[in-house]
Design a protein around this ligand. Structure first.
Ligand code: SAH
Ligand code: SF4
Ligand code: F3S
Length: 442
């Protein structure tokens, strides 16, 4: 019987896709998937360190394995991802969890195969974290688990050094994949029947700005959208300092590109944006939204917001509220600022008390929910196109998303996963929609 693996993933889409690459490596080594720790012969933690609670989560779950490891001494425990790449964290992990067998970083993911083989022949644990980024290593064998959706990296790393953010320290400098590699991957996925492709990067708009690819993001987007086939195309994340009209023109040209832009604003106050080193102003951000909506009136925008950044006054916070209302976001991810060691903001003295942070996040969540609910109600009676992506056994309903990321549920007698459904919306419940199938596209 084949040995089994279980991967535990924390963090962003980038990590979710990297777990698919890790799964690809494990399949190559002959492992098969299981979804419990108890049945696994190897457990891989793909960690995140964007905020303190992401780290605490991983610490808790790794710690909980102590007993299992005692019962099953041959069980391999591997830890990778952004946390192991954080300065000093490997030592903390080593000390805290002596039962970890393998540690690898984000910058040497491709070495995991060798590291596992090495661990199998030696007693000593194997720790290999690369300090600096090298050339991009192409991974042909990601084991994808998200059909009909597929993620495709167009670049790695980040050069922006927003003052609160740890990503540039744990992901290295920006590197762009060659357009021919990206195109070949997307062509392959479309041929295999994937129906939604998301291009991934920390700041997709600066694709190619290292001058090595000879291609801008708008040009790349145009090329990918020109690939024949019935699929949707998304991209994330856009950075407001670089988002531009060229990209919107390409969106106009291709109906396949979803009319949804994820454009993290972080704050509506110019003073806070400056302290965050975001390198745009509220006014520039709003100009971009107007440019987008004047070319594509149906376009929707989603965002990320941080409250309680050092020095944020009540007035600054209210600027964020007014911006949220003005943009009228389709949805927003909202976070309380979490100091990350080694970043500029962690050294700032004017910290905001926890109760003030809590109060602000609660008010902001309430505002965002009100906007989202109001948008849901507008769907009532309309027919929208949903890409069916799963079956919810508890609800007994199929589910999928429209191009704006709205979840729609419906019943069907046949399996329609991977099909585009015209859905007439009969009920809008907070953020979820419910409807009746009008037609199924083959
Ligand atoms: N590259 C993307 C997203 C990076 S991380 C971008 O530039 O927008 C995703 C989100 O996490 C960020 O947009 C930000 O809102 C949030 N985030 C990052 N560091 C954080 C911190 N120290 N505390 C709280 N939220 C943080
Ligand atoms: Fe972090 Fe800023 Fe880079 Fe996004 S752009 S990953 S927030 S440093
Ligand atoms: Fe993503 Fe977390 Fe790393 S948000 S890039 S997995 S720190």
């Amino acid at each position: 019987m084949a040995e089994k693996y279980h991967i535990v993933t924390y963090g962003c889409q980038m990590n979710v896709h990297e777990s698919e690459k890790i799964a690809g490596i494990l399949h190559r080594l002959g492992y098969e998937e299981t979804d419990t720790n108890e049945n696994a012969d190897i457990i891989v933690f793909n960690t995140c360190c964007i905020r303190e609670n992401a780290e605490n989560h991983a610490f808790g779950n790794i710690g909980a394995l102590k007993k299992l490891k005692k019962q099953k001494p041959n069980l391999l425990i591997a830890v990778g991802g952004c946390m192991t790449q954080e300065k000093g964290k490997t030592d903390v992990l080593k000390k805290k969890f002596p039962f970890i067998d393998i540690m690898f970083g984000t910058l040497n993911l491709e070495e995991l195969e060798t590291l596992i083989k090495r661990k199998k022949t030696q007693k000593k644990r194997v720790i290999e974290i690369r300090e600096t980024e090298g050339e991009i290593i192409e991974f042909p064998d990601a084991y994808r688990t998200s059909y009909p959706n597929a993620w495709v990296n167009i670049m790695y790393g980040c050069n922006n050094f927003c003052s609160y953010c740890i990503v540039p320290y744990v992901r290295g400098r920006e590197r762009s994949r060659k357009p021919e590699h990206i195109l070949a991957e997307v062509q392959g996925l479309v041929k295999e029947g994937y129906k939604e492709i998301t291009l991934l990067g920390q700041n997709v708009n600066s694709y190619g700005s290292d001058g090595k690819t000879g291609t801008t993001f708008a040009e790349l987007l145009d090329m990918v959208a020109s690939i024949e086939g019935d699929f949707r195309l998304r991209f994330m994340t856009s950075h407001p300092k670089d988002f531009n009209e060229d990209v919107v023109k390409v969106m106009e040209k291709h109906r396949k590109i979803c009319r949804l832009v994820h454009l993290p604003v972080q704050s509506g106050s110019n003073a806070v944006l400056k302290a965050m080193n975001r390198r745009y102003t509220r006014e520039k951000y709003l100009d971009e939204i107007h440019m987008l909506k004047s070319r594509l009136p149906e376009a929707e925008v989603t965002t990320d917001i941080i409250v309680g950044f050092p020095g944020e006054t009540e007035e600054d916070y209210l600027d964020t509220e007014s911006l949220v209302k003005e943009v009228d976001y389709a949805s927003a991810f909202t976070f309380v600022y979490s100091p990350r060691q080694g970043t500029k903001a962690a050294e700032m003295e004017n910290r905001i008390p926890e109760e003030v942070q809590k109060d602000r996040i609660m008010r902001l969540v309430e505002l965002v929910n009100t906007l989202t609910r109001r948008k849901s109600e507008k769907y009532l009676g309309k027919t929208v196109e949903i890409l069916c992506e799963d079956y919810d056994a508890k609800k007994g309903l199929y589910l999928g998303r429209d191009e704006f990321g709205r979840m729609g549920y419906f019943s069907s007698n046949t399996n329609v996963i991977g099909k585009f459904i015209a859905l007439k919306i009969t009920k809008a419940n907070g953020i979820s929609l419910y409807g009746e199938v009008v037609s199924v596209k083959d």
